[in-house]
Design a protein around this ligand. Structure first.
Ligand code: S3P
Length: 448
């Protein structure tokens, strides 16, 4: 992982004319990680198309190789995985570096937890600040042992249990990563393991495990779910076609809504209801977004989104919607900055433990660009208008902070600079080229 080594690369975005064109943003990051992991857990060949070839996912590919699976790139987005079977992982010879990826490391902690192997796991400066205790707690109950840095952080050494212990685990935080870590650990555990989530979080692990033949049962419980999985069953390889990532589509989507005269189409975007909170919110704000060719592909709802520039109005985004749009608040704050009136965003606790403290990073970015706002422990209010811009935003090694504030620059009176654009490659390496192709004025800051 070298993305954060070497000098920073500042990027600048300036007021742009209307955006136009059809684009496909890269494959969904959540599904891409899971495709490689489930492929590694099967005996036989899993063929993946449309895999996201970005830093975070390439880190997971390396991790699966380090644990014994064969992972090969055959062509653009086309990857073949020969797995080792449930319980078949072996101890890696060196440590495994997950770079910037919370999903990569947390799900992998689940994979290792119930196989009697030992692994040293680490990540970049951002990942080493993020809490791992939320995954360590249930995995210890399942029999794994951890020696972690202070505060339950990376780097850590994990020793998997000789024989996993089935548990019933109520998630104390709304986190698909924690849920997934427990479900993956349960695969090599005798009996039935259950996870109860208080609110629905993204359900790709459950859907994909079911497609791979796992004995899994999902029941709605109030506004949440109870997921039960029986261990000690083999998984069967499945072909996977990865749809476009709605969390990446969010950036050109908001850019087109706020840039006058724009009309774009985003192709093949995943529309899983646990991921569409931003779409709903932008439609409530008056965004002209039409879903075309709605269909089901690879077990997920997908569609093409036609997006035209719109007059947006501020709304209140309720706390119970946060899980379905947790990665989208940075760019929603930008949409809110261009709307008429106030937008209130509530229940933002989880935003503080992402690739950066995103609540603080958004607040600082709004501040340096002259956008009126108020914030508290877990909420943010943005006052809309015509953004002044002109600020330099600190990205704190956070790809989504970088992309969101570049979108702001397209409509601000003065250009917006982000201090470092390198981390964009962790999730959306083609961001700048796709955006400039649509007509956006984004590029490296001249350093002459
Ligand atoms: C992810 C879950 C979310 C999200 C992350 C991807 C996943 O994190 O923010 O980008 O693929 O499971 P949490 O589970 O911590 O909310």
């Amino acid at each position: 992982m070298t993305m954060s080594e070497g000098p920073k690369i500042p990027l600048r975005a300036a007021r742009s004319a209307n955006l136009a064109g059809r684009i496909s943003v890269p494959g969904d990051k959540s599904i891409s990680h899971r495709s490689l992991m489930l492929g590694a857990l099967t005996v036989g060949e899993t063929i993946i198309d449309g895999l996201l070839e970005a830093g975070d996912v390439l880190g997971t590919a390396d991790a699966m190789r380090a644990l014994g699976a064969q992972v090969e790139r055959k062509g653009q987005g086309n990857w073949h995985v020969h797995g080792v079977g449930v319980g078949g992982f072996s101890s890696p010879t060196g440590g495994i570096d997950f770079g910037n990826s919370g999903t990569g490391v947390r799900l992998c902690m689940g994979l290792i937890a119930t196989t009697p192997i030992e692994a040293r796991l680490t990540g970049d400066g951002s990942l080493c600040k993020r809490p791992m205790g939320r995954v360590i707690a249930p995995l210890e109950q399942m029999g794994a042992r951890f020696a972690a840095a202070e505060g339950g952080r990376l780097p850590l050494t994990e020793t998997g249990a000789k024989r996993g212990i089935p548990i019933i685990y109520s998630l104390p935080v709304a986190s698909a990563q924690v849920k997934s870590a427990v479900l993956l650990a349960a695969l090599n555990t005798p009996g039935v393991t259950s996870v109860i989530e208080p609110v629905k979080t993204r359900d790709h692990t459950e859907r994909m495990l079911s497609a791979f033949g796992a004995k899994i049962d999902v029941q709605d419980e109030g506004v949440g779910r109870r997921i039960s999985i029986e261990g000690y069953h083999e998984l069967t390889p499945q072909p996977i076609s990865v749809p476009a990532d709605p969390s990446s589509a969010a950036f050109p989507l908001v850019a087109a809504l706020i840039t006058e005269g724009s009309d774009i189409v985003l192709e093949n975007v995943m529309l899983n209801p646990t991921r569409t909170g931003l779409l709903l919110t932008l439609q409530e704000m008056g965004g002209d977004i039409i879903v075309l060719n709605e269909r089901v592909a690879g077990g997920e709802a997908v569609g093409d989104l036609r997006v035209r520039s719109s007059r947006l109005t501020g709304v209140t985004v309720p706390a119970d919607r946060a899980a379905s749009m947790i990665d989208e608040y940075p760019v929603l704050a930008v949409a809110a900055a261009c709307a008429e009136g106030r937008t209130e965003m509530l229940g933002l606790d989880e935003l503080k433990v992402k690739e950066s403290d995103r609540l603080a990073a958004i607040v600082a970015g709004l501040g340096v660009n002259g956008i009126a706002h108020e914030s508290g422990e877990n909420w943010l209010v943005v006052e809309g208008g015509v953004p002044r811009g002109g600020g330099t935003v600190e990205t704190h090694m956070d790809h989504r902070i970088a992309m969101a504030f570049l979108v702001l620059g397209l409509v601000s009176r003065e250009p917006v600079t982000v201090d470092d654009g390198r981390m964009i490659a962790t999730s959306f390496p083609t961001f700048v080229s796709l955006m400039t192709g649509l007509g956006a004025d984004i590029g490296e800051l001249a350093t002459a």
